[in-house]
Design a protein around this ligand. Structure first.
Ligand code: GLU
Length: 321
């Protein structure tokens, strides 16, 4: 955990489509946390998963965030001393981290099946992770030359408990070795894993708190372990409630009514949508009469404390999804 120094938060959208209301809710919380701390907010584009990237979607997402009234201090359009802020331009840093871990004899190549390692470039949202990796290739090291397929690179994780104290969800302890197993840092096709890129960038950008959706809580212990093996400390974590459709389904699984743009184009104002997000997250009471809010209206009253203990938030938007 970080002590002292200036608060540095980050919002890290993936350009895989239009910004949906769940991501917009997380962006609002991230923005509030940075502004209330008097710190800096970094906008980092998580575009390593090249096959999933939708051309032009990052510009549309950033435009939607600005339209909502959210701003950032470093990143696209703002520059900053930790540039570049797009992961696709940071491969040399990921390679350096891999070289460092390899020098410490912590890595090995693994040619287990593709299905098992296919997902690793995307953040593993709740329910998307496969079983624990059983360590089949653990003793292989990095020098073997004969492979069934182009090998992925895995890290040998230490067999010990790690703990986090999440700002909203409280304490969590996990033994990564027994729960997840040695995880992938780089796929056989050369794509870096979400876990590696996030940890390297959070360290390099001196992020002090990672605010994101509660569906990524399960990644936090891995990120603590990896940051330590890289000689640093992971940020503290603040996992905000995951916004669900009113019937409980994950928004990411919905096609219609979920992108912020649908509501924008249907004539809703940014202030109406900020009020919807605030009510959904419980930042304001469900019966609060205000139907329009600017992000700044939510600051200064310890409203983020209301997110404690809540993993899910059904979308409070009548007639939409
Ligand atoms: N880029 C990730 C996502 O879109 C967020 C990762 C993070 O905040 O650690 O889900």
């Amino acid at each position: 955990m970080h002590t002292g120094g200036t608060y540095r938060g980050r919002f890290a959208p993936s350009p895989t489509g239009d910004l949906h209301l769940g991501c917009a809710a997380t962006a609002l919380v991230t923005w509030m946390a940075a502004r209330e701390a008097g710190g800096r907010l970094v906008l980092r584009v998580e575009d390593i998963d090249t096959p999933r990237i939708v051309a032009g979607s990052i510009d549309r997402q950033l435009e939607d965030l600005r339209w909502l009234g959210l701003d950032w201090d470093e990143g696209p359009g703002e520059g900053g001393s930790f540039a570049p802020y797009a992961q696709s331009e940071r491969f040399a840093r990921y390679e350096e981290a891999i070289a460092r871990l390899a020098a410490d004899d912590l890595l090995y190549h693994c040619d287990c099946s593709r299905a098992e390692i296919a997902r690793v470039a995307s953040a593993p949202h709740l329910g998307e992770e496969g079983p624990r990796y059983p360590g089949l290739c653990r003793e292989k090291g990095l020098t073997q030359r004969e492979w069934k397929r182009a090998p992925a690179t895995r890290i040998r994780v230490p067999d010990r408990d790690v703990s986090i104290d999440d700002r909203f969800l409280g304490p969590l302890t996990q033994n990564v070795a027994s729960d997840v197993g040695d995880f992938v840092l780089k796929r056989g096709d050369g794509i870096y894993s979400y876990q590696l890129a996030v940890v390297v960038d959070d360290l390099a950008m001196e992020i002090t708190e990672a605010v994101r959706g509660a569906d990524l809580l399960g990644s936090a212990p891995r990120q603590v372990v990896l940051a330590e093996l890289l000689g640093g400390h992971a940020p503290s974590f603040a996992h905000a409630p995951l916004v669900l459709a009113a019937d409980g389904e994950r928004l990411a699984k919905r096609a219609r009514g979920v992108p912020l743009r649908d509501h924008r184009e249907a004539g809703r104002s940014p202030e109406e949508l900020v009020a919807v997000l605030a009510r959904t997250l419980g930042l304001i009471e469900a019966d609060d009469p205000r139907v329009r809010l600017e992000p700044g209206d939510l600051l200064g009253e310890r409203r983020l404390d209301r997110l404690r203990g809540r993993r899910e938030a059904p979308l409070m938007l009548r007639g939409a999804v």
